[in-house]
Design a protein. Structure first.
Lengths: 233, 233
DNA sequence: CGTTCCCTTGACACCGATCAACTCTGGTGG
DNA sequence: CCACCAGAGTTGATCGGTGTCAAGGGAACG
């Protein structure tokens, strides 16, 4: 089943007709290769993309060639809601793995939002959660040391994957390199590596073979100061 | 004139009736003292607050007693749009100065959004810009050193104040302590102070008597890697 | 005229960056 | 099947930006 629908129905009751309209909106999908951009800064896409499978990342590039990832996107996330109301994208979204995305025609989406209040509310909902996650990243990067930052991100991703049914008893697929983690957390890959080792040595979590295992969720969340309220499940 | 209306009309054309409805929504206003919270984490406010005058800040408190500011709010900004669709606030908003806020009844706001598509679009617009600013803060805190961070924030605030007509040739009122700047930028007040001194010594900007003077906008923006695109003016 | 914030400055400690080398793994082509 | 190679992970040594601690100065306010 469509990950977006699944995610929404965790929080908002849809009638059959809503669900049908939503799934029809996501009708046409295509696959994009790893390291390809799904949308790029400056674009004004006429379709809004929904991630159906795989991992993607929002990022902004800096003049010195580095980049900062501002969000990890998992199935059920919307890549470029911005495109509906703003003139152009102010950041890019890239595929971290091979992904499949659905394309919702922009005009049709706007019309649906106008004619089906519950779906409009659902779109508001996912947008606001997205913003809440961004704010929590500011807190994470601004106030926590490397180890807690990684731990907090692990908790967030596990919780979000759980919502769309992609978490199996304390483990998720996390096909993200240490380099990319560094770009997301404002740290160097070297330091990511050292901090992962400490988390592993302390029996809190383990990232190996592109899968993240939560070894002690309670202590991990505590050490990260993780409070899932902002995810609004 | 209402700062929210002014801000929206910079980007979206309103007919008289839209403007009238919007100003009526902002009809009842009150003033709140400095250091008082406007909304608090966990609240489910039945009114949505618009900042009409003064400065406020979104923040999240951490267990160790510190806090991270995730946004500065200026006239025309909405404090708690979250309240319209989510169960509860995931962060607090506090008054940095004495402020005056308008209270829009939640239900009435939702009804207006449903019946007046242009106003709905306007609400989307301010929400998306808010999110874009949050993402740019992630980049700022994640990738720039102290001096560039401060410079970038200065550029952002000047640009935003300009939109609502509160910037006068390179200077804005900025009634924010160095302590609060530290809470916003993930730095200690001591280091904020040193970095402000360097910015002053290099003739880039000056913060004194609660007013920010941009001395050399070009070099300041360059040193900060500031690209105003994300503000979508 | 004292008190309270806020700003300022110095000395020192430490977290994370940088630079560099090596290992491991999976994929590719001879 | 094996040799090679590129990307990713790992680890050590050293450097630098920022935090911490501490003390003092200045302005607003009762």
């Amino acid at each position: 089943m469509n990950a977006l629908v699944k995610r929404i129905e965790r929080s908002i009751a849809l009638v059959d007709e809503d669900r049908r309209v939503l799934e029809e909106l996501c009708g046409s999908s295509r696959t994009i290769l790893r390291d390809r951009d799904i949308v790029r800064e400056g674009d004004r896409p006429d379709h809004v993309h929904v991630l159906l499978d795989g991992w993607a990342a929002r990022y902004k590039g800096l003049i010195d060639g580095s980049r900062q990832i501002t969000a990890f996107l998992i199935p059920g996330d919307i890549c470029d809601m911005e495109a509906t109301v703003l003139q152009h994208m102010d950041h890019s979204v890239t595929a971290l793995t091979e992904v499949t995305v659905a394309s919702m025609p922009r005009e049709r989406l706007i019309e649906v939002a106008r004619t089906r209040p519950v779906l409009a509310q659902a779109l508001w909902f996912v947008t606001m959660v997205d913003a809440a996650v961004a704010r929590s990243w500011i807190v994470n990067i601004g106030r926590r040391d490397a180890q807690a930052r990684i731990a907090h991100l692990a908790c967030e991703l596990h919780a979000r994957m759980d919502v769309v049914g992609l978490a199996t008893n304390g483990a998720i697929d996390l096909p993200v390199t240490q380099n990319e983690l560094g770009d997301a957390l404002g740290l160097t890959p070297v330091h990511i590596n050292r901090s992962l080792k400490r988390l592993r040595d302390e029996g809190l979590m383990e990232l190996r073979n592109r899968t993240l295992a939560i070894l002690d969720g309670g202590r991990l969340a505590h050490s990260a100061g993780f409070d899932p309220g902002y995810l609004h499940r």
